[in-house]
Design a protein around this ligand. Structure first.
Ligand code: ADP
Length: 190
């Protein structure tokens, strides 16, 4: 049976960094909806044009658009054994859609690590990333919107997965390697 992991955490918590390290160790690919949208922006696709208006403001792209993109990604060959979700699901509706998709694929969510960081360190990290990578949505105003979107729309998912016994909290204030070690042991323990 294919196994799926969901990395949860506020913007800037380190989900992408950790997902990239995990995909090498576990041999299942990272599926980052943020990266998929950015790829579409770069290639100037219709999906990219639609996503841009939301991303630039730090708002969520509508659920049905996001879910269709994830469905397409999961149908590719490299996801046959599972995937590491980074930045998805971000709403309760997306979590429900994911459950439906996974039951079609005969897949199961193995564990949902929540990389927990203090909101102040997150803002500092994102502002630094803005300098280094120049991501269009890493400016102070958009960062503030993304943080409140996380609080309002995504954080209810923590209870949702906790209630299903899948949530494991990881201290995201540690060095990258220490976070990775904690993640790997949380995955092995499940
Ligand atoms: P962050 O560092 O804020 O977590 P991401 O790279 O994951 O950044 O996402 C960047 C933007 O892409 C989000 O602000 C949002 O507009 C859009 N996005 C990414 N994932 C989703 C999703 N699951 N649902 C809706 N919109 C999304």
């Amino acid at each position: 049976m294919a196994t799926y992991l969901i990395l949860m955490g506020a913007p800037g918590a380190g989900k992408g960094t950790q997902a990239k390290l995990l995909q090498e160790k576990l041999g299942i690919p990272q599926v980052s909806t943020g990266d998929l949208f950015r790829e579409n922006l770069k290639n100037d696709t219709e999906l990219g044009k639609l996503a841009r208006s939301y991303m630039d403001k730090g708002e969520l792209v509508p659920d049905e658009v996001t879910v269709a993109m994830v469905k397409d990604r999961l149908s590719r060959e490299d996801c046959q054994s599972g995937a590491i979700f980074d930045g998805f699901p971000r709403t309760v509706a997306q979590a429900d859609a994911l459950d439906a998709l996974l039951s079609e694929l005969d897949g199961k969510i193995k564990v949902v690590p929540f990389i927990n960081v203090n909101p102040d360190s997150v803002v500092q990290r994102l502002l630094k990333r803005a300098e280094l990578e120049g991501r269009a949505d890493d400016n102070e105003e958009t960062i503030r919107t993304r943080m409140s979107v996380f609080q309002e729309q995504t954080s209810p998912l923590l209870n949702h997965y906790e209630a299903r016994g899948l949530l494991v909290e990881i201290n995201g204030e540690q060095e990258i390697e220490a976070v990775q070690t904690d993640l790997l042991s949380a995955i092995e323990d499940k």
